[in-house]
Design a protein around this ligand. Sequence first.
Ligand code: NDP
Length: 232
Amino acid sequence: MKTVLITGTNRGIGFEFVRQYALDKWRVIACCRNPLSANALNRLAAQYPDQISIYPLDVANHSQIEQLAQTLAHGTIDLLINNAGVYPSKSGDAFRMTDYDAWAHTFAVNTMAPLKMAEAFLQPIARSSLKTIITLTSKMGSIADNRGGGSYIYRSSKAGVNIVMKSLSIDLSSKQITTVLLHPGWVRTDMGGPNGLISTEQSVTGMRRVISNLKFEDSGKFYAFDGQMVPW
Ligand code: NDP
């Protein structure tokens, strides 16, 4: 049985990743900030008691990440999915309205946490057979794709995680770890809003297909959910 660790699983894309991997008979380590109030996730875990385990994890809290890594130190993690993310309020993410505290928090969650997760869980990942780290980024972090301007905080946090993961892919190549960035599409979630173009099911089905076709040579690449490469 393969094992996946996913962050931010109580709703949205993270929840759908848990559902689909559990359905596919993976062991799922489902992390979220507040397991006690994660009702849908608890119901899902009750349907798959041998596969889904839920752990509390605020990815901005490095000591909590280290604590979880200690708890799981002797196992294997085939696939780490850095999914948790925040989108700051639009009113604080425009020219002359920038909320600098929100920027620091967004960076902690979207940019720094994925690296901290990779550092903390390196050994269980390195001893697995798949050895894969996926980070959910966004086309909004693509410099080539930026025609709309604005969104300083969100765009920079995702452009930042892109370069962080690119460096990580080079640093971990000696361990044969595959590190890939994924854009999930514009998805109907709390973050994506009701006008998103695709459902979480479509997005995650596409991303799982991309993940299952990855080879080590793909490490350091930036793909969309439909398998298209995204320009940096
Ligand atoms: P949602 O806003 O629906 O869900 C975000 C998830 O991240 C929630 O589970 C939330 O938990 C969790 N989260 C936020 N902050 C933290 C934290 N500090 N520690 C742990 N978990 C946290 O977003 P989506 O599902 O739409 O997005 C998932 C990923 O996909 C994100 O990285 C996002 O940037 C990216 N993405 C989404 C797009 C879209 O169209 N939806 C487009 C491009 C990229 P809680 O309930 O506790 O807040």
